[in-house]
Design a protein around this ligand. Structure first.
Ligand SMILES: C[S@@+](CC[C@H](N)C(=O)[O-])C[C@H]1O[C@@H](n2cnc3c(N)ncnc32)[C@H](O)[C@@H]1O
Length: 240
């Protein structure tokens, strides 16, 4: 039997598990659980590695929320497609960036399309999104999306990303490791175990982001206060 002290300590994963309904409810209640108003710094640093320096690049952003990164990429002229469960998040993205859009209800999800047609958010479950809609992509930008997926779905998520990429497609993957949550921590070793048969996994950098995460802890009132957090940046290249 657990002692009272053990019961009050966060159990592995319990405070981090989010169902699709939890995410939808949070967005609908105006609770921002995860959003940064700045562009992900590793995207700026490693953009050329992701795109191989090409401007004619299509970029998929799974589990995109209302990520500022998508706007930054679209402004650079890339063809960007975000996939997001919550229609509220998609609408907020277009309002925040003062972008005009068309909206189509289709059997593949609700499609929000910028007037320039270079930018789309598809409101659907990522696992339901397939290559029939836009074909395969050159790149995937994954900023804490892999880490958002519950542990039992990560292999399926990696396989699905693989199916949506061109044969030499690349993924810029930003994940977190936390010294007191092994399940949510995505290390290079874990990535190789899950993605290693289908992707070449290259570690690009590790950064201590404890300060930034603690500031967000106060802002978003996360249930679980991180101790030491590192951001791990990897480049995955499709090998088969
Ligand atoms: C950690 S947050 C946003 C991460 C985003 N990449 C960013 O940098 O801001 C994860 C997002 O994924 C969405 N989400 C969760 N499960 C999803 C799914 N199965 N399909 C599509 N979106 C999903 C949530 O609604 C939430 O907005």
């Amino acid at each position: 039997m657990m002692t009272a002290k053990e019961q009050s300590k966060p159990q592995p994963d319990e405070d981090f598990r989010m169902s699709q309904d939890d995410w939808l409810e949070a967005w609908n209640n105006g609770e921002l659980l995860w959003h940064f108003d700045r562009v992900e710094p590793s995207l700026i640093t490693h953009l050329d590695k992701l795109t191989s320096g090409s401007h004619y690049t299509t970029i998929l952003v799974p589990l995109c929320g209302k990520s500022t990164d998508m706007h930054w990429l679209a402004e650079k002229g890339f063809f960007v497609v975000g996939i997001e469960l919550s229609e509220t998040a998609a609408q907020q993205f277009f309002v925040d960036h003062k972008l005009d859009y068309n909206m189509y209800i289709t059997d593949r999800g609700i499609i929000y399309e910028s007037y320039s047609k270079c930018f789309h958010i598809i409101v659907t479950d990522f696992f339901m999104f397939d290559k029939e809609v836009f074909g395969t992509f050159d790149c995937i930008l994954d900023v804490n999306s892999f880490g958002t997926v519950n542990e039992e779905d990560r292999q399926r998520y990696a396989n699905h990303c693989h199916s949506l990429l061109k044969s030499n497609g690349r993924v810029l993957l930003s994940t977190l490791t936390m010294d007191d949550n092994d399940i949510k921590s995505i290390t290079t070793k874990k990535l190789k175990k899950i993605c290693g048969t289908k992707f070449d996994v290259e570690s690009l950098e590790s950064l201590d982001v404890t300060e930034e995460m603690l500031q967000n802890f106060d802002k978003y009132r996360w249930k679980w206060k991180p101790c030491k957090v590192e951001k791990r940046i990897h480049l995955l290249t499709r090998t088969q």
